[in-house]
Write a protein that binds this ligand. Structure first.
Ligand code: HEC
Length: 199
């Protein structure tokens, strides 16, 4: 134990003695001319220190994805994509449910029916029910989730394009669930619903 302590002390002493701080150099580094965010800079022609990415830059995580997928639209001025570009699997819908419950349910309700405490308290504009909206293509929902709508903020920063499409799939599932009749349910599952008192 004692020997180990000695070794540690010796190592620390050796390390410290090998390290001389050049305070003058440090001050020089701190005060060198450099571009700070949101500051002016005479170096660039637009006098801004912060640079824009060159037009058409594609973030690394979007490589190989087409415009339909990223914008929900058929080209820059085109109409909304009709269907969901994801292959709909149980996993996709469940992932959508997870994001919906984190990001949307507070306002639009867990069932998407607009019944939520936050909705009741949003005096300016109550979040609408999503289950009885007029018919819209899937791309419309994708656009609203990405860019926002009126008073609602967009979720482009929070949800990846895949997650947004998955939320669209789940909103569709919620809409279907509200309109579903007993005949839409597989025969083997019907007794279960009837047992739980669902008409
Ligand atoms: C902070 C509350 C809030 C959250 C969270 C929220 N919304 Fe909204 N949403 C609103 C409000 C309010 C409106 C209506 C805005 C208006 O008309 O100005 C709206 C509108 C919409 C519409 C458009 C309805 C129409 O009339 O066409 C859709 C679709 C929608 N939201 C989906 C979502 C989805 C999906 C999420 C989750 C990713 C979400 N919202 C998260 C408050 C919210």
């Amino acid at each position: 134990m004692k020997r180990r302590l000695l070794t540690v002390t010796a190592t620390v002493t050796l390390l410290l003695s090998g390290c001389s701080v050049d305070w003058q150099g440090w001050a020089g580094m701190k005060q060198q001319s450099k571009a700070l965010p949101y500051r002016e800079s005479g170096f660039f022609s637009d006098d801004r220190a912060m640079r824009q990415p060159p037009p058409g830059t594609v973030p690394r995580d979007r490589r190989g994805k087409d415009r339909f997928f990223l914008l929900g639209k058929d080209g820059p001025d085109g109409g909304f994509v009709e269907g969901n570009p994801l292959t709909l699997t149980r996993e996709v819908v469940e992932n959508g449910a997870e994001s919906f419950e984190v990001y949307c349910a507070v306002c639009h309700g867990v069932l998407g029916d607009g019944r939520a405490q936050v909705a009741r308290n949003m005096g300016l504009r109550e979040p609408p029910s999503l289950v009885d909206l007029p018919p819209h293509p899937d791309g419309y929902y994708y656009e609203v989730i990405s860019r926002g709508y009126g008073l609602m903020a967009g979720y482009e920063e929070k949800l990846t394009p895949e997650q947004r499409w998955a939320v669209v799939a789940y909103v569709r599932a919620l809409q279907e669930s509200q309109r579903a009749r007993l005949e839409d349910v597989p025969p083997e599952a019907r007794p279960l619903l009837l047992k739980e008192g669902t008409p």
